[in-house]
Design a protein around this ligand. Sequence first.
Ligand SMILES: Cc1cc2nc3c(=O)[nH]c(=O)nc-3n(C[C@H](O)[C@H](O)[C@H](O)COP(=O)(O)O)c2cc1C
Ligand code: SF4
Length: 678
Amino acid sequence: MWNDPLLQPFQLKRLTLRNRLMSTAHEPAYTEDGMPKARYRLYHAEKAKGGIALTMIGGSSVVAPDSPQAFGNILLYKDEVVPWLKELADDVHARGAAVMIQITHLGRRTTWSKADWLPVLAPSNVREPAHRAFPKAMEDWDIARVIEAYADGAERVKAAGLDGFELECYGHLIDQFWSPATNKRVDEYGGTLENRMRFGLEVLTAIRKRVGGDLLVGARMVCDEDWDRGLSRAEGVEIAKRLSGSGLIDFVNVIRGHIDTEEALSHVIPGMGSRSAPHLDFSGEVRAATRMPTFHAARIQDVATARHAIESGKLDMVGMTRAHLADPYIARKVAEGREHEIRPCVGMGYCIDSIYSGEAVCIHNAATGREATIPHIVPKIDGPCRKVVVVGAGPAGLEAARVAGERGHEVVVFEAAARPGGQVLIAAALKRRREILGIVDWRLGECARLGVEIRCNAYAGAGDVLDANPDVVVIATGGVPNMSFLDEGEAFATSTWDILSGAVKPASRVVLYDDNGAHPGMTAAEFIAGAGSQLEIVTPERMLAPDVGGTSYPAYFRAFSLAGAAVALNLRLERIERRGNTVAGIFFDEYAKRHIVKEADQIVVDHGSTPVDDLYFELKPSSLNLGEIDHKALLNNRPQTLVGNRHGRYRLFRIGDAVASRNIHAAVYDAIRLMKDA
Ligand SMILES: Cc1cc2nc3c(=O)[nH]c(=O)nc-3n(C[C@H](O)[C@H](O)[C@H](O)COP(=O)(O)O)c2cc1C
Ligand code: SF4
């Protein structure tokens, strides 16, 4: 029998890891009061249930109050963290996985205007563009205090019974000492490589003194900042060699690149459209040079690439971090020969982008981070099988159909278009974002497995729905581009959907007005720029695309910069007029209180969508619940039982953009939280 390299155990000193799959550190911002409480624990326990060998929790758990949370980080400097960590570790261990934690001092990579309002620290007072704090250059007593804080943190990890920890050494304080870009010191901590390494080695020495040699300690370290101002490849690999030679660490977790701007970070955590495993070969080189157990993650999102990473000897443990946010059951599915059932990570970056504004959620897995209420494995019904009719095969409809199918119901989906997918098909028109189709394709595969019938080219009227004799009807009919905000000239507007669907070709001179602030406008703009048009992007906001997050906007901006696209902020489109062969947009500048006219061959507009809801309102009077959703039941995780019409024949739900213009996550979340109990 074939021994899958991915499923072979790995011996890390005295710790046996049951296979080669791990999730690298990533703060999901699930902490409560800085503590990893139930939500945090359940999130990691689910991966352990799914068969992962090692979960590295707590992206950047902070060791001192002058390293305040940048995105919900665990406060490792508080003693009260120990019982929470212990409960988490016990839960993960009970399910057969190992658990470690990433610890750090963020240095300049945070903000001073938070928590205790202590000055932000760095080796020198060089500002980080991403977090924008002007740091204090550390004095001798700062250095001594922070070294002790690391050792205290390590002691708490040991007390909690975790298997070990790694020091975050890229872009944070330790690397800020290593890197010539941020270390301008002229004392014994700056200048030569030996001096720049001094702080990190003193931290490690203090840690070992405190916790001894048994606890596993690693370094998640940059071995090449890939930056003319930063740490060169030669110096980075030399640091890794010296650390391994010091005997102070047990593994390296390789990083390539720098993270002080969002554009730079987008290459360290590459997203949709970037090549697969861009730093894997380099990680293999570090492994060969250091002979250390080597971990690495960066867009190794499919099992075949992960297997190759192990089989070719480039890595000992392969990080599939976002892949596990999308599907925590990867190892189990591989072991059971169900690889094709793995929900793919499509690299959308919604998870990481959302930690700065809230908490990590996967664009198409609504259960991630909500393990207490939304199941990753949908349970079968214990009552009678129902007939479920879903209208619309976009993400909302397909998710409703999938979940109903998992429950064991008889499901039929009507889709008016020739292909299922809805707005995802439109987004995928931009070649760089084609991977988004995985959201649809995975659901189609699951629906086929579950016996869900999908009828395309089937425009469903009320009669068609009723003929199917449904117990439950789900209206997921989506929307159409919303131009209703214009005072005049709707007929002269081209929608972003017209452009992306290919219905209208980009003209020579295009003004794109984005009053949505999200992906659709940016996707259309990149498409237009790529078609060679002269493009001006206009927004009523003070910045472009406020709802496109930090790791996702750089790819758009790269395209706009390369195409020489112009940008105008703070202008609200009021009307469009035809002027001979051109069109003119009349914009209002709210600050100067004056109108500005922009003429072009085409004005492309994104203002979200208007729900397509006629069928819903037609079906509402003869439904049991009159379309009403009991929010109390929904939010308290109870089934929908409202009866507003005793003579009703079916329960009626409306979900996704058929309710209001939102995004894919809202659509799939609407679907699963209603259908999991249906
Ligand atoms: C939500 C989120 C938060 C992250 N936070 C951290 C962090 O605090 N420390 C860290 O070293 N890496 C962090 N990362 C990076 C991941 O560890 C990993 O390097 C990255 O996601 C690339 O691996 P992947 O392609 O397998 O997802 C984060 C990633 C995500 C998705
Ligand atoms: S949001 Fe996107 S990148 Fe993040 S886990 Fe989900 S599919 Fe992957």
